[in-house]
Design a protein around this ligand. Structure first.
Ligand code: ASP
Length: 340
């Protein structure tokens, strides 16, 4: 444990989500100004063993279902602008797309050397019974007192690598999981961080990569999927298509289907193979039903989450790389998102 005696300074960016929502006739909805006010009334947050924090609350907090890549950039920009002044960053965010934002920021914040921890809750802070308070306190403590220079997601006593996390449960307090990588930390009576798993900073100058809008889509394969469905989606001007395949990365050996994939690859589209099983690492050569995809030019997403695979495509296309470089980089571990 690396605890420091001086009080650290944390920048809290409150973007919206259930954590700061209020009850309305239409259901929970974000309310501007509510979160910062409520935080100031939580006595534990004012304790001397807590870091000092500044809350920047969005004027119009959003339900994270409404987030877009422009919002990822906005968050990254606030971090960049406040980077020198603060020791760590906590982003309060809706759970629906929190793992997409965490994945995107992990790529966009190049040379990150300070903790960026996303958290939120399943029940709002105003409810008597809630998970908001604990998530908030622990995220602040970890950002302030531990050396975790990564984009992380903290939820229900677990610290995950952001780009390994995914939302698995819509109601349980244990909403997130990291199917193919161990948790970076566990909170019990002690806060235990697995320092051997934490990434080392790669440079000292933080650089925020702008994200370009790209056309990316996913197609979930199911038994009997008509090849016309693939044909229709491939008629869109897509930059990349992620095929959500079976098991280790298998799909029907329908020759029409394979021909369409081959033609799309020839045209320059990036086709990515990602298994439907959250706990899986694509290995196309294991079965003939996977080898056909490999031969048609589909690349493997390995054990990346779908959230990481999508946001990594956004990131790589934004770097103005050639298509062959993008394909190569998709299979390289850039921020701990992939087991190679
Ligand atoms: N719809 C909410 C959001 O993602 C759900 C949540 O925060 O848990 O903003």
């Amino acid at each position: 444990m690396t605890r420091h005696s001086a009080r650290k300074k944390i920048y809290v960016l409150s973007t919206g989500g259930t954590i700061g929502m209020q009850k309305t006739p239409e259901g929970y909805a974000p309310e501007a100004g509510y979160l910062a006010k409520s935080m100031s009334k939580i006595p534990e947050l004012q304790n001397l063993d807590m870091p000092i924090y500044t809350v920047h609350e969005y004027e119009k907090p959003i339900d994270s279902a409404n987030m877009t890549p422009a919002d990822w950039f906005q968050m990254g920009d606030y971090i960049q602008k406040n980077y020198q002044e603060y020791d760590g960053f906590v982003i309060l965010h809706g759970t629906d797309t929190m793992s997409y934002t965490a994945s995107a920021l992990s790529f966009m914040l190049e040379n990150l050397g300070k903790p960026v921890i996303l958290t939120g809750s399943q029940l709002p802070l105003f409810e008597t019974r809630n998970d908001a308070r604990e998530n908030l306190i622990n995220a602040l403590l970890i950002a302030g007192h531990y050396s975790v220079p990564e984009v992380c997601l903290y939820f229900n006593n677990k610290l995950f690598r952001g780009n390994r996390s995914t939302k698995m449960d819509a109601t349980s307090f244990a909403a997130f999981s990291s199917p193919n990588f161990p948790a970076l930390g566990q909170v019990g009576t002690d806060i235990k961080i697995r320092h051997e798993l934490i990434l080392k900073p790669t440079g000292d100058q933080l650089h925020l990569r702008q994200i370009k809008p790209i056309m990316v889509s996913t197609l979930r394969i199911f038994p009997g999927i008509p090849h016309e469905m693939l044909k229709t989606i491939l008629q869109l001007p897509l930059d990349a298509l992620i095929l959500e395949t079976f098991g280790l990365g298998n799909a029907p050996e329908d020759p029409h289907f394979i021909k369409l994939i081959h033609q799309a690859v020839e045209k320059g589209m990036v086709l990515v193979n990602r298994s439907q099983c959250p706990y899986a690492k694509v290995k196309m050569s294991q079965y003939a039903t996977g080898t056909v995809l490999l031969k048609a030019g589909v690349i493997s997403a390995g054990d990346m989450t779908i959230d990481a695979a999508i946001t990594k495509l956004f990131y790589l296309f934004s770097k103005n790389l050639s298509h062959s470089e993008i394909k190569a980089q998709m299979m390289v571990d850039l921020r701990g998102e992939l087991t190679v």
